[in-house]
Design a protein around this ligand. Structure first.
Ligand code: DNO
Length: 352
């Protein structure tokens, strides 16, 4: 397993590259040009700048998260070809600086969804929280407001107005899940051959949470969906960002089982824990505590001889740390040490 750490870029992150390189076993950054609106081509000079910054600290930039997919592609509009072309041009530039994995998602309108940025756990630490009853009461505009008020969270389009949001949701009302699958296939048929040529592995992030919210279609929720995704274009470059937390909030999802089944198509793994309550609410807890058995999950990767990239994904807000919810330094660093602890123990036991 190759440990990497998400960095939002200079001036856009409370965590510094100096801090990142001091976390044991971290070899590279997970990055993106967050300032560039979805659908636009990423400027070469800005890409090179990130490369230079990472080089200075001995970190690589092999993993991009995310190169987001424009809504017109997900909607299957005629304008999608223009956005796919931009996507391909960015892929070429990324290959030029050595990028190996591109994480993206096919969630419509909203990326990952939580109802509270902070909910206190028993020990006073705070984690991202999802409350089912609250989301049923909320309308999408409220969620937009929450997500654009204090922090812009990754995957969220900060420039999106309420009017745009409402009309976008309206368009999806007419899109069935089958049509969304067709649009995903169209996208993959365009980008996977390109990825093969460039030596890049595309890795789709599953839906988070893995169920429909606000009645919008969601198609990457479970093992069956992931199987179907891999079959759409059968290439090693058509892969998955297997996210234990996103999939694991549905108790029916056996994450370790999915690791074992899809191992050779997982270039990138997000490993974190969640506590799922009986009513279906969930909170992002520490890597060691929660409803998921990270030992089982890490063991599955280890048994499969996993050599892909891993990030600890999110962490709680602890020790008074402020900043972007889920993306502080301390708890993600602790999470990494837990993952290494499990991994190293498996390695050593295997040698005996
Ligand atoms: C949040 C995330 C998502 C993720 C994208 C991947 O922390 O895991 O924003 O990056 O959905 O495309």
């Amino acid at each position: 397993m190759r440990m990497v750490f998400r960095w939002f870029g200079e001036g856009n992150d409370t965590v510094t590259l100096e801090q990142i390189r001091q976390i044991p076993g971290v070899e590279g950054l997970v990055w993106a040009l967050h300032r560039i609106p979805t659908g636009e081509e990423w400027p070469a000079d800005e890409i090179r700048k990130v490369k230079r910054q990472a080089d200075e600290y001995g970190l690589h930039i092999d993993v991009v998260e995310s190169l987001n997919v424009h809504e017109d592609i997900k909607l299957g509009l005629p304008s999608r070809d223009r956005y796919i072309e931009n996507y391909q041009k960015t892929m070429e530039k990324l290959a030029g600086v050595g990028v190996k994995v591109i994480c993206y998602n096919f969630m419509v309108v909203f990326d990952w969804i939580r109802t509270d940025f902070y909910r206190e756990l028993e020990d006073g630490s705070r984690g991202l929280f999802y409350e089912r009853a609250k989301i049923q009461r909320m309308d999408p505009e409220e969620l937009l407001e929450m997500y654009s008020s204090q922090y812009t969270l990754p995957g969220w389009d900060p420039g999106r107005s309420k009017e745009k949001l409402v009309s976008l949701i309206e368009r999806y009302r007419w899109l069935t899940e089958e049509a969304l699958w067709d649009n995903l296939r169209y996208f993959l048929e365009a980008v996977i051959p390109m990825a093969e040529r460039l030596g890049i592995r595309m890795a789709v992030h599953p839906d988070d949470p893995p169920w429909s919210v606000f009645g919008l279609p969601r198609i990457l929720k479970n093992r069956e969906d992931l199987r179907r995704l891999l079959r759409l274009v059968d290439s090693p470059c058509n892969g998955i960002t297997l996210c234990s937390g996103a999939l694991g909030v549905d108790p029916k999802n056996d994450v370790a089982g999915m690791v074992r089944e899809f191992a050779d198509r997982i270039p990138f793994a997000h490993i974190r824990n969640v506590t799922v309550y009986e009513n279906g609410d969930f909170i992002e807890s520490s890597h060691r505590d929660g409803s998921l058995d990270l030992w089982e999950i890490v063991k599955a990767y280890h048994d499969c001889g996993f050599t892909g990239y891993v990030r600890p994904d999110h962490g709680r807000q602890i020790w008074g740390e402020e900043g972007r919810p889920g993306y502080g330094l301390y708890d993600r660093a602790l999470g990494i040490m837990y993952l290494w602890g499990l991994w190293d123990a498996l390695e050593k036991a295997g040698r005996r």
